[in-house]
Design a protein around this ligand. Sequence first.
Ligand SMILES: [Zn+2]
Length: 153
Amino acid sequence: MIAITPIEFEKMRAHLAAGYPNEACGIFIGEIEGADKRVVEAVPVANAWVPLEGDGAGTGDLAVHDLRDRFSIDPRDIVKADREASKRGLDIIGFFHSHPDWPATPSETDRMWAWPVVSFMIVSVEQGRAGAARSWVLRDGRDAFDEEILIVE
Ligand SMILES: [Zn+2]
C-alpha cells in the first residue's frame, strides 16, 4: 500500500503532464513500514535519458528509443533526494514516471531498471493529460511486478 496526499499527487501529475510527449519522472520521499508507505513529498526531477550514439536517434525509426519511451534518473538527483530525506528522518520510498499515450503498466525496461522494496508509480499521460495512476512493487525474484493499493487522501 502506498498513500499520498492529494496535494503531492497533483504535483506529481502536473510534472508528468508537463513533460509530455516525453516521459517525465521523479522521486518519492516519505516513510516506509513493512509494505506500507506514505509519501511526504513528490520530488520532480529531469528525465536524464540520453539516446545512445548509433541508436538511430533522429532517423525516424520507430524502434528507436528516445525520451518519449525511456527515462532515467541522474544518480546525483537520487543522492540529493536521499540527503534531503535523511535530514527529515525520511527515506526514498519510490519513484514515479509517465507513460505518454501508453497504459500505466510497467514495461520490460522498467523491470530491468527497478529496485526491490520501493514503489514504482506509473501515470498514463494521454495527449498531454495525466490519466490513470497505478503503483507497482518488484517481486523478490525480480521477474515481475505486483500492483499495490494506491490511496490518495
Ligand atoms: Zn515505464
